[in-house]
Design a protein around this ligand. Structure first.
Ligand code: T1G
Length: 690
């Protein structure tokens, strides 16, 4: 766990705890022992702490949270570092995050490799730094700058860390040599500066800047208790002694560790990484090299997908049927990049470089040299099967043929080719260059190598790829369709759009279902319902009245010229009441809690069916899909995690009541949900079991 070696009077302690050198109890023990040995060894004048691998220290071992703390605790390690009678230098060879950076801050100097990243991301886990970071970092770089780093949880690079005052030296040559030389120099001049003693950055100007940032943070403080705690703890830098500040930090940290939001966010952290474990797919399955891609269809989705490839540095041919359609698609891509340049998140040079990776062509023959083709034309099976038949003929053997369909049968598409083993679904979410979720739809004949290639590609594109099976709507849209039916039913039963949307945004979503429908356009759902012979009386009536959403200036809401969001429209409310009357429904009011139950329990029920059918490998995958594709609030963990907190027995009983009340048998508890409820179990208790 911690290897030590003495070299010319410097004891080098190297942490070796793969995969990311998390600060487990063993590592903490090894470091305290190295400090003790160094103090007792007259041949040792100083210490250097470093790690093996590409990460310095990824922080505390998150999997240890909630378990009884093991000695030495984190604070004991920090104290041993700072009080070491011999100077201790951190040689930061890679990411120093959370407790990893706090260890470095407790050292007397910090030397970083050029590619190192340093940050305190605890806020993303619903926590605050818990090993002195909220007190030491402000003393090194000022409270305002430190607060922003901790509030946003984003790391900084080595050079920026030096400019801020976190790092003393960026070692352009050998990190260990540089760090050891610095340690010897400190030993020679008896220097052991401690961050805790610094006061020069804590000024009235800094306090003003800090308080201004706090004002900007009001919404986050209201929504997340850890952000409020962070404000109070950093403010202590101005008003309290160091040890009091550390005590306050510790008090908040220990309370937040038990907070339900933090537990959910820690669950999400592991669930997002668990998705890469695909049943039946060996970790050693080699991905195919993808040197060039092609995207068929330069519409909103196709253009967004082409941007994903270009952003990842993969040359991509964007294919349309005509030069005019192509020109429109390329123009839309340029507009997207121009917006990033305007926001300052992309340099003009980088924009040009990425545009240079996108070659627009008319005609499918242009896909001939692609290692992977992603089809993103409209949702018509005849069109898709024709395109795949052509691509099968045009592309080289071994080229992967992917469809971006959001609900059609990928097996049927694969059957249109002579290479079903090379056909897969890559379901991007709109806007494709923004949304992190990628549903990787594994068809019956898709080979393991193609699945492995899709997973590797998804990560290269900066996505979270989740493997799902073939069914109507796969996982996300299949569950969404249940919420959509439930939302429509609430309208005819007595609720109004703004009441439903308010209940959903109060639950934690950024947008409610009706505002979302107006944004996406009501005609998409209308076309799908018509193709399936389904009815949604209110939504159909709105479409028939040409109320197609924001693009039409009105949908469930009305959008006055230039308005930033929709406003209630009495005309819509009269239309809804008329539909209820025609259906013979006596309208009644619904509480926000009832609205949430009626919308989300049917989704959870569908998730249970999806699990039972093997369309998703585990409950965590379903949660990751909803967190990254549909805006489920991360601090609630995802629909299946949330259902476990509500209690499956309660959900099953309420679903029985909904089914009886509506006569809709599909609302009856799915067999798996019923079984778990009767056994007093949770979805989480399933593990890999189905
Ligand atoms: N604890 C336990 N396991 C961890 C871990 C951690 N801190 N970080 C990563 N892992 C596991 C992860 O689950 C995965 O496992 C494997 O390592 C590779 O991770 C007191 C309280 C470091 C940038 O929030 O950001 O310190 O799936 O796929 O893409 O104030 O991991 O292989 O079995 O992400 O190369 C604060 C979390 C903790 C940093 C590397 N630290 N980690 O990214 O690998 S709280 C963090 C990361 C804390 C103190 C507080 C990233 C990474 P498996 P990976 P990667």
């Amino acid at each position: 766990m911690v290897r030590t070696a003495v070299n010319e009077g410097v004891l080098v302690a190297t942490i070796d705890n793969p995969p990311v050198n998390a600060l487990s109890a063993d590592v903490r023990r090894g470091l305290v022992e190295a400090l003790r040995n160094a103090a007792a060894d007259p041949q040792v004048s100083a210490l250097v702490i470093t790690s093996s691998g590409k990460t310095f220290i990824a922080g505390a071992d998150i999997s240890e949270f909630g378990k009884p703390p093991q000695s030495p605790t984190f604070p004991e390690l920090i104290q041993a570092l700072e009080e070491s009678p011999k100077p201790v230098v951190a040689a930061i060879n890679g990411a120093a995050l959370g407790g990893g950076l706090e260890v470095a801050l407790a050292c007397h100097a910090r030397v970083a490799a050029p590619g190192a990243k340093l940050g305190l991301p605890e806020v993303k886990l619903g926590l605050i730094p818990g090993a002195g970071g909220t007190q030491r970092l402000p003393r090194l770089i000022g409270a305002a700058t430190a607060f922003r780093m901790m509030r946003d949880g984003e790391p900084v690079g080595a050079a920026a860390a030096r400019d801020l005052g976190i790092v003393d030296i960026v070692a352009d040559s050998d990190l260990l040599v540089t760090a050891s030389m610095h340690a010897r120099e400190m030993a020679r001049n008896g220097s052991r500066p401690a961050a805790r003693d610094r006061r020069d950055r804590i000024t009235e100007e800094d306090r003003a800047a800090f308080e201004a940032l706090v004002k900007e943070t009001a919404r986050q403080m209201k929504e997340m208790p850890n952000v409020a705690a962070l404000v109070e703890t950093v403010r202590a830098v101005f008003d309290r002694a160091f040890d009091d500040g550390v005590a306050l930090e510790r008090e908040h940290f220990l309370r937040l560790i038990e907070d339900d939001r933090s537990k959910a966010l820690r669950y999400v952290f592991f669930a997002e990484r668990e998705t890469s474990r695909v049943p039946g797919l060996s970790k050693d399955t080699q991905a195919r090299p993808l040197r060039r891609a092609a995207v068929v269809g330069a519409g909103t989705m196709g253009g967004g997908i082409a941007i994903c490839f270009a952003n990842a540095g993969i040359p991509v041919t964007l294919i349309e049927t005509s030069e005019e359609a192509l020109a429109r698609g390329i123009a839309r891509i340029e507009q997207t990049y121009d917006a990033s340049v305007r926001r300052g998140t992309l340099s003009p040079e980088e924009k040009q470089r990425r545009l240079g990776l996108i070659a627009g062509r008319a005609g499918l023959e242009a896909a001939a040299d692609a290692d992977i083709v992603v089809e993103a034309v409209f949702e018509d099976m005849a069109v898709k099967t024709s395109i795949f038949g052509d691509l099968d003929r045009i592309t080289a053997p071994g080229a992967i043929l992917a469809t971006n369909t959001s609900y059609l049968d990928v097996n049927e598409i694969a059957a249109a080719t002579r290479r079903p083993e090379d056909v897969i679904g890559l379901h991007f979410f709109s806007p494709a260059n923004v949304m992190r979720l990628l549903e990787v739809v594994r068809a019956e004949r898709t080979s393991s190598e193609v699945v492995a290639t899709a997973l590797s590609l998804g990560r290269a594109l900066g996505k979270i790829p989740v493997v799902v099976g073939v069914c109507f709507g796969f996982v996300g849209n299949r569950m969404l369709s249940k919420r959509t039916v439930a939302a429509e039913r609430l309208l005819t039963a007595g609720a109004l759009p703004h009441e439903v949307d308010a209940a959903v945004t109060d639950f934690g979503f950024r947008m409610g279902p009706f505002a979302m429908a107006d944004l996406a356009g009501l005609d998409i759902g209308w076309r799908t319902r018509k193709s399936l012979g389904q009815k949604a009386p209110v939504a159909d009536a709105l479409c028939e009245a040409n109320r197609l959403g924001q693009k039409a200036g009105k949908g469930y809401y009305v959008y006055p010229e230039g308005a930033r969001s929709g406003e209630r429209d009495p005309e819509v409310e009269r239309l809804i009441e008329k539909v209820s009357s025609e259906l013979g429904i006596k309208r009644r009011s619904f509480t926000p809690d009832e609205i949430v139950e009626r919308l989300l329990y049917p989704m959870v029920n569908e998730g249970a069916r999806i699990l039972d059918e093997g369309i998703a490998a585990r409950t965590g995958d379903i949660d990751v899909i909803w967190l990254n594709g549909y805006g489920w609030p991360a601090w609630r963990g995802g629909p299946m995690y949330w259902a476990d907190q509500v209690g499956l027995a309660k959900i099953a009983d309420r679903l029985e009541a909904f089914a009886a009340e509506t006569g809709d048998d599909s609302l009856r508890p799915a067999p798996l949900l019923r079984r778990l409820a009767d056994e007093g179990r949770t979805f989480a208790s399933l593990g890999g079991e189905r």
